[in-house]
Design a protein around this ligand. Sequence first.
Ligand code: UDP
Ligand code: BGC
Ligand code: MN
Length: 317
Amino acid sequence: MRHAFKKKIIYCGLIVIALIIFLHPNMNGRRTYDYIEKNNIMVNLHDRIAQNFTSTAIMDCDYRDILFDVTTMSVSLMDGDLIEGHKIKDGGEFYPSECKPKFSTAIIVPYRDRAEQLRGFLVYMHVFLRRQNIHYRIYVIEQVDTKPFNRAKLLNIGAAAAFKAGYPCLVLHDVDLLPLRPANLYACTKCPRHMSSSINKFRFVLPYLNLFGGAIAITSQQYKLINGMSNEYYGWGGEDDDLYARLEVEELKLCRFEPEVSRYHMVAHQTQRKGERKHKVFNYAKNKVNEDGLNTLKYTEVATVLHPLFTHIMVDL
Ligand code: UDP
Ligand code: BGC
Ligand code: MN
């Protein structure tokens, strides 16, 4: 009798373990996927610098060394300080002085109430980015109202600021993601690129092929073509899937760098409350591209402050 009971418990245990394994989201994930081979990255880059940006350097910057750098950055840098004499301009803008950069990138970070993460992000990113010999500026777009968080609308607002400053390339970036490989160049490719395809949170597996959230790079021209992101996603989730659907409408195919290069560390945080699901998100997105996005963007700018490491735009949605 006792033996039979034990057996039952073992069977139940096994069934539960099997269910956990098969239903876990990472089961459908992939460690590999189609990507641009290292040797082909240079020809796939969108080399443009910002209008009204001029460099006094004579030589063009070279990007081969960084693209073939196989080292890993240490996330403990987050707790450090920037070395002195870092040459970062107020507003968080940087460009190398020894060579002419080929790329200008606006890094746009949607933000609210994660001061500790933001501080770590800024220190880490400036150290990381300075080595890449690109021209860049970090914009932090903060939602100051108490409505549910709206990541996509904040990204649209950041994009509008970047267009004004003439940036040809946008990197839309969560504040809790830290790129681990110096070879992950923060420049646009000709194809919209999903950058964070290998994150510790997902055990370095890409959860699904159409994932287009976390950190992405897209040219300003492409972002305008798809009318930016939807302004209607309040609360967690779905807005990045909606963005993917917009790419499909315009027949823009996304691309990635190899998993080794696309590794990110996500700083631990609590999960946000889920937003209202836009049912059949793909149909929703596809019917709304021209009615919801950059062309319908409305908000109140509360203040814009140029801090030593970032441009801080505070908005009321
Ligand atoms: N975010 C924020 N404050 C919030 C919620 C979100 O700053 O209260 C920003 C932040 O940049 C964050 C991103 O939105 O990294 C995505 O949110 P979250 O990290 O919660 O999403 P997940 O990691 O689950 O994709
Ligand atoms: C959500 C996305 C999110 C992804 C990964 C999906 O279910 O719709 O917004 O980025 O999961 O967490
Ligand atoms: Mn996160």
